[in-house]
Design a protein around this ligand. Structure first.
Ligand code: SAM
Length: 198
């Protein structure tokens, strides 16, 4: 395995390359919210001076600590953990924000970012309109094929939950908290939000 090769692939890992491209040059400190088994945090550690991964799952944090020496992994609720305000140049979160109160989580991420810092949130949402459902149906064969070819797997014990907010609700709420936020829909059933703190 080369240094940058993931030990497994899934539709979350598929977004890692884009997230890593968004890391600002000279990133001193980065935070991964809902870090799971720590794979993305370990990749961030090659680009940033200090990386912190936080997760509520004791099992995930134990696995992250066992697999990766470098990032610091904290067990607890991101919304209440003691983290430094304006302490991070880069904050990211993959498929975790739908486990939390969306606006409260975005507000906290905004607060923890330094001015000039970058935030990337990759999330899941629900189809809320006929157009959303048609787009999902059109993409389904390709999504199935990619997942089969890439042998998509979810690490055992990873906490998951179904999203409640629709794509439209996500866009509207994100715009309220992060004016000017960039929004993208991704074929493999994810959206991403990208924002630079003024
Ligand atoms: C679907 S998993 C995604 C994990 C990882 N980001 C990935 O891409 O593989 C969602 C993670 O968010 C964590 N989580 C849920 N609510 C959280 C909270 N309030 N604070 C921190 N982590 C949380 C869960 O324990 C779980 O590990």
């Amino acid at each position: 395995m080369t240094r940058d090769q993931a030990p497994y692939w899934n539709t979350n890992v598929a977004r890692h390359a884009g997230i890593l491209r968004a890391v600002p040059p000279g990133c001193g400190a980065a935070l991964d919210v809902g870090c799971g088994d720590g794979l993305l945090a370990s990749r961030l550690a090659r680009r940033c001076g200090r990386v912190v991964g936080v997760d509520t799952s004791a099992e995930m944090v134990a696995r992250a600590r066992a697999a990766h020496l470098e990032p610091a992994f904290l067990e607890g609720d991101f919304l209440t953990l003691d983290l430094p305000v304006e302490g991070f140049d880069f904050v990211c979160s993959v498929s975790a924000i739908h486990h939390m109160d969306f606006e409260a989580a975005l507000t906290r991420m905004r607060e923890l970012l330094r001015p000039g810092g970058v935030l990337v949130v990759v999330g899941l949402a629900r189809e809320g309109s006929a157009a959303d459902r048609a787009r999902r149906a059109a993409a389904a064969p390709l999504v199935r094929a990619v997942k089969t070819v890439r042998r998509a797997t979810t690490p055992e014990g990873m906490p998951t939950t179904a999203p409640v907010m629709t794509y439209r609700e996500v866009r509207q709420a994100a715009w309220r908290v992060l004016p000017g936020v960039g929004y993208r829909w991704h074929l493999l059933r994810r959206y991403s939000l990208t924002w630079r703190k003024p």
